[in-house]
Write a protein that binds this ligand. Structure first.
Ligand code: 13P
Length: 271
């Protein structure tokens, strides 16, 4: 494996867990990772209501806390929204942006993904930007066009120096929560396409390619489980996982972290 890129195992709890349950889950993950060498970057993204207790329980451990979404404005009359300022004050370090469920059910567009990405960077949050095609798009042969469009649109007016902070996640919509995993080789190909698209976005004509783009971690998400993660992480373009269902129980999530550790061991500078 040639990459120097970081390995990241991130859990997206979605609309699951209540007070107490969140604390128990993160405490179990923190205990299982305590003192372990070669850990990947471990992130859990609970619902907003649990961020405070999860961040408290994760203190002093290797587990970082992310949000599943955020508004792009700092404050104001936006009923029901949560701002990046509020999140950073809670100890949040990461934020998922443009998840397909936000795009599908809550009106997120490529334009608002770009605004959120800029807001995350402004507030020193690590953005995990999700892109992915629907089943119809895949069946119509539009996968690559959709991935290129979503990736390039997310980067509008973003400085190349910010690439150091950005993480992408390839999440084919048809593989989310369905038990249908994207074949590892195909997931690897699309992860490479995301990085190539970033590269082209910042390349000037025939001039040098963006070396910063080569360092962007790209995760795969969609029915990742302990039984299929190893073959995904064995491939050169998949730098980690964004996990829904299997992040909701400690034994499964810890098994995924252990698979991430194996990748870190193979790429020591990528921890
Ligand atoms: P599942 O792992 O449940 O398919 O969810 C993937 C996902 O949407 C993570 O953001």
């Amino acid at each position: 494996m040639s990459t120097q890129r970081k390995t990241i195992i991130a859990g997206n709890w979605k609309m699951n867990k209540t007070m107490g349950e969140g604390k128990d889950l993160v405490s179990a993950i923190a205990a299982a990772t305590k003192g372990k060498a070669d850990l990947p970057e471990v992130v859990v993204c609970p619902p907003f209501t649990l961020i405070h207790e999860v961040a408290e329980a994760a203190k002093g451990s290797a587990v970082k806390v992310g949000a599943q979404n955020m508004d792009y404005r700092d404050e104001g009359a936006y009923t029901g929204e949560i701002s990046p300022v509020m999140l950073t004050k809670l100890g949040v370090t990461h934020v998922i942006i443009g998840h397909s469920e936000r795009r599908q059910f809550f009106g997120e567009t490529n334009g608002t993904v770009n605004l959120r990405l800029k807001a995350a960077l402004k507030h020193n949050l690590v953005p995990i930007v999700c892109v992915g095609e629907t089943l119809d798009e895949r069946e119509e042969g539009l996968t690559d066009a959709v991935i290129r469009r979503q990736t390039a649109a997310s980067l509008a007016d973003i400085d190349e120096t910010d690439l150091e902070t950005i993480v992408y996640a390839y999440e084919p919509v048809w593989a989310i929560g369905t038990g249908k995993t994207c074949e590892a080789a195909e997931a690897d190909r699309v992860c490479a396409l995301i990085r190539a698209t970033v590269n082209e976005f910042y390349s000037k004509g025939e001039g040098p390619k963006s070396s910063a783009a080569d360092q962007i971690p790209v995760l795969y998400g969609g029915s990742v489980k302990p039984s299929n993660i190893a073959e995904q992480l064995a491939l050169p373009n998949i730098d980690g996982s964004l996990v829904g269902g299997a992040s909701l129980t400690a034994p499964d999530f810890v098994a995924l972290i252990e698979a991430g550790s194996k990748r870190v061991k193979l790429t020591p500078s990528g921890a």
